[in-house]
Design a protein around this ligand. Structure first.
Ligand code: TA6
Length: 283
């Protein structure tokens, strides 16, 4: 396949990476997991995505950082005993294929498809694709289409790790409604009005929160626009990062996951499809 001049291919440790460099931004994408690893707009040359320095970039484990794709379930919500099926599903640990690349006025577009979308824990016929646009903004859309003859229900997330200069100076605007707190047996609590991160945080906000801003020292840094989701997940492991193999003890200081998520199930009848989009913009 011939690629636009804005995309170069790099092979390393068994993974194929697509490096995008255009007039608007640069971005690195791993075909393992269809994982966007970086997005650096030209306006300020600040990478908006965080990638762990200890991330496995050899296909042995899901990649810690960037935008992991969670599907067809979120976390361990697969209906089986915890640990029997992979956390966050099976798209983030497979090699994806390039379906299309094109240069458009808005930027460089890449469409990827997974090797398989029917797997243990999800025995349905469907077609999945991932549409990435690297432009002034980074736009990613996960499309799920029911290509079978029975309805199915799925969950998922665009589990983005945002880069923040200092988590203790970071605030989030635009998240509303109640959240379920994973750290307190899913107790339901109201979202903070002044949203800062002061310790381990693992929350499923029960509101789609379509327009979220991440600020550093009260100065807006990154805008996160979401569509097709029913919830927003906020995660930072804080000092628990020390016990995560592919993070270092201080990694939590420079990342914040704000995840465009489906956690209450989307049901698709045969022939129906669903789009979930996240748009990341530097401010
Ligand atoms: O999205 C939050 C979460 O589900 C947390 O509970 C935490 O475990 C995180 O994802 C990371 O999951 P992973 O399977 O990538 O280690």
């Amino acid at each position: 396949m011939s690629l636009p001049a804005t995309i170069t291919v790099e092979e390393s440790a068994g993974i194929t990476f697509l490096n995008v460099e255009n007039a608007f931004a640069s971005s690195r994408i791993s075909l393992y997991g269809a994982h966007v690893l970086s997005f650096t707009p030209k306006t300020d040359n600040q990478n908006r995505l965080w990638l762990s320095p200890h991330a496995y970039l050899n296909g042995e484990r899901p990649i810690r950082g960037g935008i992991p794709i969670c599907w067809p379930w979120f976390s361990d919500d697969h209906g089986e005993e915890k640990g029997t099926l992979p956390s966050h599903g099976f798209l983030r640990t497979q090699v994806w294929q390039i379906q299309l690349t094109e240069e458009t006025e808005a930027g460089t577009r890449i469409v990827l498809s997974p090797s398989y979308s029917r797997g243990e824990g999800f025995e349905y016929d469907c077609t999945v694709s991932y549409d990435i646009l690297v432009g002034k903004q980074l736009s990613v859309t996960l499309r799920t289409q029911n290509s079978g003859v029975v309805p199915f229900t799925f969950n998922g997330a665009l589990h983005t790790y945002f880069a923040v200069p200092d988590i203790t100076q970071t605030s989030i605007m635009g998240i509303e409604g109640d959240y379920k707190d994973k750290l307190e047996s899913w107790a339901v609590k109201p979202s903070p009005t002044h949203y800062i991160i002061e310790g381990e945080t693992d929350r499923i906000h029960q509101h789609p929160s379509p327009d979220v801003t991440i600020a550093d020292n009260n100065i807006p840094l990154t805008r996160v626009t979401s569509m097709g989701n029913d919830s927003m997940v906020v995660w930072n492991p804080w000092q628990g990062a020390a016990s995560i193999a592919d993070m270092d003890a201080f990694g939590f200081k420079h990342m914040l996951c704000v995840e465009t998520a489906i956690t209450n199930g989307i049901t698709l009848a045969p022939g129906q499809d669903h789009l979930m989009t996240q748009i990341v913009a530097g401010l």
